[in-house]
Design a protein around this ligand. Structure first.
Ligand code: ATP
Length: 306
């Protein structure tokens, strides 16, 4: 998935430290072989400071190198304003993950432009671009390392206080404090195994620590128990505040909270609106909503009437 590659910007920065951790090296190699090689331009433009977090796709066409005849993005256009939360939904293969790959500049469009804060992504050093983004993936990678190092991943020089503050904001400090050696507890391979909800909160703490203006969130499809779910939602609400957020959404609660929903199909936006307006419209979204969201039909239609 895109997120195997998506962790890479951060990965390369902490390579030295993490490659010493048993088990991590193999996983890193696996990730590194997946990285498409995008070169920095010869004379890169520096991203403007301060960051705004504005995103625009303009008539983006894209085919993966492995499938040059198939347009994974086919005239995709949309804009996200600084601080806005936009949910992307759409059937499998619609191109949702590919949107994230383009934002992270793992690939360049065949036609059209992706701009961040008004700058064409092609004009910028990919590292400069990726510094502006934090990712919370669907399947969180936990390295065979301490809890501290797992949170500081991508911000290797973060202080213990900063890591703890991020964990507190991510609703993770409490469970970490209960571990044998707290933040020094080894997790992952040969260490303590974390639950799904705990892994997600570690990923949220990582993202909080990165403090990037743009958040890319690939919502987990697997259900958590009610208590974990509440903690993860609280953590995410904190993370999303004041940031531009694009979320690949699988939950009704998420689309209800979004400022706007983009419905993708065949590599482009086919419908756009709020949950209520899209349900009223009775198109693809209404159909997907009936099939997709993990809350029963009852809560969906209660929401649709409001
Ligand atoms: P899902 O909900 O199943 O994750 P999606 O909407 O995220 O789907 P993408 O993963 O963006 O869809 O894929 C869009 C299209 O591009 C699909 O037809 C997919 O098969 C194709 N595709 C995705 N990744 C690659 C790749 N690395 N090489 C070739 N084709 C790919």
């Amino acid at each position: 998935s895109v997120f195997a590659a998506g962790s890479l910007g951060a990965l390369s920065e902490v390579w030295g430290e993490l490659s010493q951790a048993a088990g991590a090296a193999e996983r890193l190699n696996e990730l590194l072989t997946e990285v498409p090689q995008i070169q920095a331009p010869e004379h890169p433009i520096a991203m403007p400071v301060p960051a705004q977090g504005a995103i625009a796709f303009a008539d983006v066409h894209f085919a993966y190198p492995a499938r040059p005849d198939y347009k994974s993005l086919n005239g995709l256009s949309f804009a996200v304003k600084p601080g806005e939360t936009v949910a992307i939904v759409g059937p499998s293969g619609a191109g949702k993950s590919t949107v994230f790959s383009m934002l992270l500049r793992y690939y360049d469009p065949v036609k059209g432009t992706v701009t961040i804060d008004g700058i064409d992504a092609r004009m910028v050093d990919p590292k400069n671009l990726r510094d502006r983004m934090a990712i919370v993936p669907q399947d969180v990678t936990i390295f065979a390392a301490s809890v501290h190092d797992n949170i500081a991943f991508g911000a290797a020089d973060a202080s213990r206080e900063a890591v703890r503050a991020a964990a507190v904001a991510a609703q993770a400090d409490e469970f970490i404090a209960k571990l044998d050696r707290g933040y020094d507890t080894h997790v992952g391979e040969r260490g303590v195994t974390l639950s799904g909800g705990q892994r997600q909160r570690i990923a949220i703490a990582r993202a909080i620590l990165r403090n990037a203006p743009i958040l890319l969130l690939d919502e987990a499809t697997s259900a958590l128990d009610a208590e974990s779910e509440t903690l993860v939602q609280t953590a995410l609400d904190g993370l999303m505040r004041q940031r531009t957020t694009i979320v690949i959404a699988h939950r009704l609660a998420t689309v209800l909270k979004a400022d706007r929903i983009l419905v993708m199909d065949h590599g482009r936006v086919v419908e756009e609106g709020t949950h209520a307006s899209l349900i009223r419209h009775g198109g693809l979204y209404a159909k997907l909503a009936r099939l997709q969201f993990d809350h029963g039909a009852e809560s969906l239609f209660v929401a649709a009437r409001t």
